[in-house]
Design a binder for this molecule. Structure first.
Ligand code: PLP
Length: 400
């Protein structure tokens, strides 16, 4: 049976080019960039070369790019750093209610430490308006964190309009662009942000490496202290192979973006049209402002969405119920609840995210399977809702 991977927003395969570029940095050129002999110097040189190339892809300066272990660390760094740097000035933060848990759970910790957070609820499409943000601003607001693209419904938010509100009040503005970088054009000056998080494994780079764009590098204190790497701001021996892989993958994505996003959009739109033709299936997120390969739905009457993910997996197709992080959880996605779905509809969510390896034929295969799979699950859910739920959960190993 052909295995079809359609969960690219959870993670993507490392591109051939990125892999090839990484290999010498594991084998021949494995030196620590902090060393002064030749191995170290070669590492140091490639590190700065990557920083320059990453900056060029994002329209930033080389001095504004800092390498991290991924999106989670970048998000943590901005939030914890901002609270430390500006906590004396004010203790209020604004974020959207649909942020990734890397932001939300970090904010929850900050709340325990005496900060106050206003969570903005988006409209049904996942959008937040500048007026809404303006109304939430207080004299003691020190940080606003609103994502560029959502990882559950694929909505692309209007960050240039939102960051203008922050700039008018001189409030630091951070955007989690983990789902956006490599998929839509991302230029930091056009976005008008002070900080931007990104992660390599979402655009054909390896896992465990990312970056933080900092317009104000000297104002954000480190959260990782140690050997003083990254200009004393992020200690830890640099992940040279990972950084080389990330840089190569980002350049490749940016180069291919116009053609690839048109290809993905056409497959996505076909998928949306086909799936929404099935009674009781509806699109979630913004119908217009959404990521190119991102289709997300709620499916009525199937019980928990894990049933649908499991049934498609048995037929060789890997999709998701929402974000990878909540895949094993029975809880409905906080994003869908914030968009106004009730628990019942939100628990029947389906996310199909297309990438470089997908073809129109694969989309047709999914569409040919969906009506029968959904009909079967609805029948089962109707017949024995409680028994069916329990049995399938055990199959999924969710009880452990
Ligand atoms: N932010 C968003 C929007 C994400 O989708 C993810 C990963 O799914 C992260 C942050 C975390 O990134 P990483 O896996 O690199 O830690």
């Amino acid at each position: 049976m052909e295995r079809i991977y359609m969960d690219h927003s959870a993670t993507s395969p490392v591109s051939e080019q990125a892999l090839e570029a990484m290999l010498p940095w594991f084998r021949e050129e494995f030196g620590n960039p902090s060393a002064i002999y030749s191995y170290g110097q070669t590492g140091k040189n490639v590190l700065e070369d990557c920083r320059k190339r990453m900056a060029a892809c994002l329209g930033a300066l080389q001095t504004e790019i800092f390498f991290t272990s991924g999106g989670t660390e970048s998000d943590n760094w901005v939030i914890r750093g901002a609270c430390r740097a500006r906590g004396g000035r004010g203790r209020h933060i604004i974020a959207s209610a649909i942020e990734h848990n890397a932001v939300l759970r970090t904010l929850a910790q900050m709340e325990q430490e005496g900060f106050e957070v206003t969570y903005l609820r988006p409209d049904a499409r996942g959008q937040i308006t500048p007026d809404q943000l303006e109304a939430a601003v207080r004299p003691d607001t020190i940080l606003i964190s609103i994502m560029l693209a959502n990882n559950v419904v694929g909505t692309v938010l209007d960050i240039p309009a939102l960051s203008r509100v922050a700039a008018a009040h001189r409030i630091w503005f951070h955007t989690d662009a983990v789902q956006a970088v490599g998929h839509i054009p991302v230029r930091v000056r056009q976005l008008g942000v002070d900080f931007l998080s990104l992660s390599a494994h979402k655009f054909g780079g390896p896992k465990g490496v990312g970056a933080l764009y900092c317009r104000l590098p000297n104002r954000l204190p480190p959260i990782l202290t140690g050997g003083g790497q990254e200009k004393e701001l992020r200690s830890g021996t640099e992940n040279i192979p990972g950084i080389v892989g990330m840089t190569t993958a980002l350049e490749e994505s940016v180069r291919e973006l116009p053609e690839e996003s048109a290809r993905l959009e056409s497959m996505r739109d076909r998928l949306i049209r086909g799936a929404c033709g099935i009674p009781g299936v509806a699109l979630t997120g913004d119908p217009e402002r959404r990521l190119p390969g991102f289709a997300s739905f709620v499916v009525e009457g199937i019980g928990h969405s894990a049933h649908l993910v499991n049934a498609l997996n048995e037929r060789g197709i890997c999709v998701s119920s929402g974000s990878a992080c909540s895949a094993a959880s029975r809880e409905a996605s906080h994003v869908l609840l914030a968009l106004g779905y009730d628990h019942k509809s939100a628990s029947g969510s389906l996310r199909v995210t297309l990438g470089r390896g997908n073809t129109p034929e694969q989309v047709e295969r999914l569409l040919s399977l969906l009506p029968d799979v959904i009909a079967e699950l609805r029948l089962e859910a109707k017949k024995e809702p409680v028994v069916a739920f329990g049995r399938r959960d055990r199959e999924l190993g969710e009880d452990e």
